[in-house]
Design a protein. Sequence first.
Length: 401
Amino acid sequence: MKTPAFLEKLKKHSIVSIVRVGCIVSLFVMLVILTVQGREKWYIALVLSLGLLTAFGANFLVKKLAVKSVIYAAEYVILLVYSVLFEAGMLSTIYSLILVDFYLNNSLKSNAVFGGLSYLAFAVSITVRDFVFNPEWASVAGSLAVAINEFIIFSLVFTIANMLNAIVKKTAEAEKNLEEVYAREKKLQEANEHLKEAAKLEERNRIAKQIHDTTGHSITTIIMQTEAAKLLFDADPEGAKRKIVSANLQAISALEELRKSVRVLSGEYTPFHLAASLEKAINETTEGTDIAIRAKTEDIDVDENTAFFLYSSLKEGLNNGIRHGNSTAFLFELKIRDGKVRFLLSDNGTGAKECKEGYGLRTMREGAEKLGGTAEFYTAEGEGMEIRITLPANGKGEGND
């Protein structure tokens, strides 16, 4: 629903500004009436009116209370002169109006004090007018009746101004709270964008690891098989042919792994079977090569993230041992003991004086820690390498020794 044009314009101005303009207009009209009522002394009434109107407008521009107090005193002196020289019935309203701006910018306690002083000044002015300058027709009862009647005007203006003051403060508080809400919402949006970027980065890293562990392993095996085929090409053509065929199958497998990665990136879900994947990784490594793998695995039941991590860790361990350790034999064990998934992969490679974590081993350790477990690597020169991974079994499956 479209907001009316006059409301849109109204929103551009504060309540205080609107009230101030209203007070100035009201005071101007009353001062014009008072000037006209001055009759033969109209020029005196005009000077007093202009002085009061100027002081009233100046008070809106002044911020310091001390200066405002001086201006208020000047206004009361002008009104006192009005009271003495003229018989005016709107003086109580004028006395009240000159404090409206003060009411809108101070506490209720301060407003009550200044409002009381304003009423007292009015009472003094009419008392001076009646008993000092017009004693012949002054009476206590008459003056008291006027004071009581005019007190109603003072009270009405005081009440309305303080109600507006409360509304202004509540509105300002609501606007401040709204700005804070908008600021928090903006921060939440920014945090959400950061989380989205972090999720994208994590997914990229996961896919990179998957490609490194699966496709990289397959390519390593292909290289070994083709190198073996080159050595057998003259002495054993049939053997060389078998290794080339095996390398071709490995290439097909690597292509399929890449396609799986693309399907994952596109959001397509493909169920993962741990036992079949482990067996496939072992067969791909040994078929057509001189690599021997002795596997002792149990049929364990773990969640899909853990299952894929175990599978990729096996392929990375085999790949790492073949490429960097020149390993020809591996021992692989996977079981659940004492509520923990226990993964062991050892090889007969060349080993090293110290274990330096490259991308693959570092990713393996970080992956284990992310799943609440540990990954440990042991090696010694001439003693091969051993990888031990321990993960929570999540209460699924329990093997027996």
